[in-house]
Design a protein around this ligand. Structure first.
Ligand SMILES: Nc1ncnc2c1ncn2[C@@H]1O[C@H](COP(=O)(O)OP(=O)(O)OP(=O)(O)O)[C@@H](O)[C@H]1O
Ligand SMILES: [Mg+2]
Length: 268
């Protein structure tokens, strides 16, 4: 079967070009083929989501896109340049938040600013504005153990944005949030990305979240992960929460759910 490639040719250099990536992990108990010839071209400013069953290689793909893991075969280019080392031009939110327990909330967000040598006053100003935007003002001097899971995840999102990256990679960033905070974060994310023209690669288990936020949704097959289908989300922006009730929105969600049912990822 010919593989689908999430590519587009609008003449511009894609901000991210994942070119026929395969990833095989060699473990003491055998080899695991996590990704199989995956190709994705993300255009600048695009909000691109990836949905797929657990274990299909989504986190692996994100780590490769971030330059934190090397593909077994294939190439990855960011703004036209081959990625051979961990990328410093991106913001990244990992599947499980990684906060330093001995640093305060503000200290954790500032970590990224320090790594990018941003002037302290300016960095603190940005960090506080971000914390405020995710409802964490008043918590800046708390330590991670004093926060809920959802609050910790919000701190990781602020940390990923404080150096104002143009490309944001996120792995299930809202998974630990309660439904209300999750909705608020989704709205905030839409606003932030539009205002700062950030290109986003989002991995999520939530079909509704992917449809709401994305310009395109990539649906992956069970392992070894291949691209099954790419769905253009043709809904006007800014999108509002009530748009989820709109029939076009439901059609996109149903299309993805039907793919999961057809592949046996979901069983009724
Ligand atoms: N460092 C590793 N060493 C060996 N195998 C690995 C490693 N990381 C991932 N794998 C394997 O590769 C496959 C894909 O894992 P990955 O974490 O990318 O999946 P995922 O799609 O992110 O899953 P989930 O939705 O559960 O987070 C799995 O079979 C996993 O066991
Ligand atoms: Mg994962």
């Amino acid at each position: 079967m010919t593989q689908v490639a999430a590519t587009q040719d609008d003449g511009g250099v894609p901000c991210l070009n994942i070119d026929q990536i395969t990833k095989v992990y060699n473990t003491p108990t055998g080899t695991v083929r996590a990704l199989d010839e995956v190709s994705i071209k993300q255009r600048r400013g695009e909000f691109l989501s990836i949905v797929g069953p657990s274990g299909c290689g989504k986190s692996t793909l994100l780590m490769i896109a971030a330059g934190l893991s090397a593909p077994s075969t294939g190439a990855i280019l960011a703004e036209g340049k081959q990625v051979t080392a961990p990328r410093t031009d991106i913001g990244i939110v990992f599947q499980s938040h990684v906060l330093l327990e001995w640093r305060t909330v503000l200290g954790n967000v500032m970590l990224q600013a320090e790594a990018h040598k941003i002037e302290r006053k300016e960095a603190e100003h940005r960090a506080m504005a971000l914390l405020r935007s995710v409802g964490l003002d008043g918590f800046e001097h708390k330590y991670p153990h004093e926060l809920s899971g959802g609050m910790r995840q919000r701190v990781s999102i602020c940390r990923a944005l404080v150096h104002q990256p143009k490309h944001l990679l996120m792995d299930e960033p809202f998974g630990a949030l309660d439904a209300l905070t999750r909705d608020q974060m989704i709205l905030d994310m839409q606003k932030l990305c539009k205002e700062h023209e950030i290109s986003v690669l989002l991995i999520t288990h939530s079909v509704a979240e992917a449809v709401f936020l994305s310009d395109r949704v990539i649906v992956m097959t069970p392992r070894p992960g291949k691209i099954d289908r790419i769905i253009d989300i043709d809904l006007p922006r800014p999108r509002r929460l009530v748009d989820r009730e709109n029939p076009k929105f439901s059609r996109y969600s149903r299309e993805i759910l039907e793919m999961f049912l057809a592949r046996g990822v979901l069983r009724e």
